[in-house]
Write a protein that binds this ligand. Structure first.
Ligand SMILES: *Cc1c(COP(=O)(O)O)cnc(C)c1O
Length: 383
């Protein structure tokens, strides 16, 4: 079947990003590739395959559904760590298949032990510490009890990690809060030590923290956005460039998103284009229709704002984005025709549409735009 659009993953760009990250990370720091949100829209199955082929063997996901996709794709060759939600009924699957998971409340710790006893196996857990994000994590006063519990049940618990997550390391405005989180995390480490128990690894850093607060790298980093070739924020990029002589972005975008023209139409001056009256042709115009809309993740807030590349030229979205279609002003392109390639994200000729450009147009973060790209669009690795 012919598809409305296709997403390409550029393996060379990914290799470039991995070697940049290798330089930024301490020598013995484990790299965990964060592939939640369908690998930030890149397609989890295809992305982890490409990552694995390039030497990555640790993956972080949000939930069991994502863990199962990585497991079904790569099996026991890699470590899979669930950072978020595991329902009681899924603990059995996770423990049986050596899937690691965050534990942030005593209930889950008890359930993990109970399930591990049933399977006669060990639950591989990461104890998450509340350091100021106020989302999930054990508070300091619970830790001593947790430590004693883990020691008592050590036959059924593999205490793999101690971890936390920072509340906005990508912005200097959160500097004080993050510094405080680092301090609280160190105190948590000390509590476990006092109780005579230590995790195998300690990990706290996402992309932004790894770059802005290198001491947070510890034994493992959980890197999402940087590996895809994008920055957590402009601030992190500028901070990095300020420390370098060469002022060029060292990362390369992995994703491209391409579609094609399904129809070209001539519209007379004074006519409205699409639903309602948000766009009126001020002169005779040529309009191309593209089989992509908000149901595919092309946000409706890009109505009359988005840009695409056709025939090596930048063209503007006109009218409102529909569920399955959008319209483009192609008046300036002479030989435009049905079937011509349309680049939503990526390069064509000398021009590029970046992921960040969507953020500039509609205040969506890179993260949000990417993770909303429809799962049903086929993904292809380009070598
Ligand atoms: C998403 C996430 C990360 C990765 O964040 P990036 O900014 O994409 O590097 C790391 N840790 C946790 C707990 C996360 O939820």
């Amino acid at each position: 079947m012919h598809r409305n659009s296709i997403i390409e993953l550029n393996q060379e760009a990914y290799q470039n990003n991995l070697s940049f990250l290798k330089k930024m990370l301490g020598k013995n720091v484990i790299f965990s590739s964060v592939v939640k949100g369908n690998a930030y829209g890149h397609g989890i199955k295809e992305f982890v395959t490409m990552a694995y082929n390039n030497g990555v063997n640790h993956f972080s996901v949000f939930d069991v559904e994502e863990a199962k996709i990585v497991f079904d794709t790569l099996g026991n060759n890699v470590t899979i760590m669930i950072m978020g939600f595991v329902a009681d009924e899924d603990l059995h699957w996770a423990i049986k298949n050596n899937i690691e998971f965050f534990v942030f409340e005593r209930y889950r710790l008890a359930m993990a032990i109970k399930t591990a006893k049933k399977i006669k196996s060990k639950a591989k857990i990461h104890i998450e510490i509340e350091t100021g994000m106020n989302r999930t994590g054990f508070t300091k006063k619970e830790l001593s009890r947790v430590a004693k519990y883990i020691i008592k049940e050590s036959e059924y618990i593999d205490f793999v990690g101690l971890c936390t997550h920072y509340a906005g390391a990508e912005s200097i405005s959160n500097y004080y809060r993050v510094e405080n989180q680092i301090k609280l995390f160190k105190e948590a480490v000390a509590v476990f030590k006092e109780n005579g128990i230590e995790p195998k690894i300690k990990h706290t850093a996402c992309s932004a923290a790894s770059m802005m607060f290198p001491e947070t790298q510890m034994d493992l980093v959980r890197i999402g956005i940087l590996q895809y070739g994008l920055w957590p924020s402009q601030e992190v990029l500028v901070t990095y460039l300020n420390s370098k002589k060469k002022k060029t972005d060292p990362l390369q975008r992995v994703i491209s998103w391409k579609s094609e023209i399904m129809n070209v139409k001539h519209v007379k001056s004074g006519e409205f284009i699409g639903y309602g009256t948000s766009y009126m042709a001020k002169e005779h115009m040529k309009v191309a229709t593209i089989p992509l809309g908000y149901s595919h993740g092309y946000s409706r807030s890009l109505s009359n704002q988005g840009r695409v590349l056709i025939e090596g030229k930048r063209c503007g979205v006109i009218g409102t984005i529909n569920m399955n279609m959008l319209t483009i002003d192609v008046s300036e392109i002479d030989n435009v025709k049905k079937g011509d390639e349309v680049v939503i994200i990526g390069n064509q000729g000398d021009l590029a549409i970046t992921v960040a450009s969507f953020g500039e147009l509609n205040n969506q973060l890179n993260y949000e735009f990417l993770s909303r790209i429809s799962k049903s669009i086929p993904r292809k690795i380009i070598e």
